[in-house]
Ligand binder design. Structure first.
Ligand SMILES: Nc1nc2c(ncn2[C@@H]2O[C@H](COP(=O)(O)OP(=O)(O)O)[C@@H](O)[C@H]2O)c(=O)[nH]1
Ligand SMILES: [Mg+2]
Length: 311
């Protein structure tokens, strides 16, 4: 197992050490995979999660990074610290061209309360790598808020569901996206739907109407009604309504054990997927037979116990 040259920081180091220490820990995620200290750090981080994780997904060019910029400013104005993880598919064959004239996430390098980092997507376009999942676990233990931006094209939207407490699907006016999403069955995924670029007024209104139509076909699950918000990160219109919806969803999650059971389900899916990737479908079936037949979720601890993953 390869070791990084600099020692892996502890969770306390991360919280007191500033951005450079956080960057060092994220680098270790990519270079020191499987190292005992890293596993210990990740375990500690998972136990000490504090941030709300907002997942922004949608096609390239829809306005996710522009919205992220606005949300970072909002959080800082409210005195909250915030980390952004942009999962970037542009390192693939397609090159940067796919994203067109994409916005950079701009932050003040002097501001200790903002951390921005991009990571390569894994093979599946826009999909979250294991490294990105680990990075979110770290950031979630250090900052008040975390935003994860992923490019959703077809299947890969669903990956955001592995890490986000609140999934926001961004749709562009006049793009036919809503039809696309309905076909792909992605309408079940988001907790909030945003129609971006509302300054393109008439088209934005029509797009919102389309989305509402599509939503009414899927119905609402578990007592949460998915809001459809038209917003313009350019003019600021709709940003307050969006913030309200995010807060409402946090309140909804805080009721009973919804937040905890959502994270448990995410962890179970992630462990399943990790086992399937490494050992195949047959491996996963065997793993299930090895585990105690409680019928409960497939936990990391159970997988460790069955010696399916390190340690
Ligand atoms: N008119 C208008 N353009 C926007 C808005 N938000 C983003 N854009 C533009 O859309 C393009 C893509 O935005 P970007 O945030 O990079 O999209 P991403 O690929 O989803 O992250 C850029 O040229 C932005 O300036 C908006 O609210 N109104
Ligand atoms: Mg972007």
């Amino acid at each position: 197992m390869q070791r990084s040259l600099s020692p892996i920081p502890s969770l306390d180091d991360l919280r007191s050490g500033g951005k450079r220490t956080v960057a060092r820990a994220l680098a270790a995620v990519e270079t020191a995979r499987g190292a005992t200290e890293l596993t210990a750090l990740l375990d500690a981080a998972v136990q000490a999660a504090r941030a709300h994780v907002l997942g922004l997904t949608g096609p390239p060019g829809v306005g996710k990074s522009t919205l992220t910029n606005a949300l970072v400013r909002q959080a800082r104005a409210a005195g909250e610290t915030i980390a952004v993880l942009a999962v970037d598919p542009s390192s693939r064959r397609t090159g940067g061209a796919l994203l067109g004239d994409r916005a950079r996430i701009q932050t003040d390098p002097e501001d200790r309360g903002v951390f921005v980092r991009s990571m390569a997507a894994r093979d599946r376009l826009g999909g979250l790598s294991d490294d990105a999942v680990a990075a979110v676990a770290l950031l979630r233990a250090v900052y008040d808020r975390v935003i994860v931006e992923t490019v959703g094209v077809g299947q890969s939207e669903a990956d955001i569901d592995l890490v986000a407490d609140t999934v926001v699907l961004c749709i562009q006016p006049a793009s036919g996206d809503s039809l696309q999403f309905m076909k792909a069955g992605v309408m079940e995924l988001p907790d909030i739907i945003v129609v971006t670029k509302a300054d393109m007024t008439e088209m934005a209104r029509r797009a919102a109407a389309d989305v509402m139509g599509a939503l009414s076909l899927t119905g609402s699950g578990g007592g949460w009604q998915v809001p459809v918000i038209r917003l313009s990160a350019a003019t600021g219109e709709g940003l307050a309504a969006f913030a309200d919806s995010v807060r409402d969803h946090q309140t909804y999650l805080a009721d009973g054990d919804r937040a905890a059971s959502r994270r448990t389900a995410q962890e179970a899916r992630w462990v399943e997927e990790a086992i399937r990737v490494r050992f195949g479908t047959e491996g996963l079936a065997r793993a299930r037979r090895l585990l105690p037949p409680t019928g409960g979720p497939f936990t990391r601890e159970a997988a460790f116990a069955a010696r399916l993953t390190t340690p």
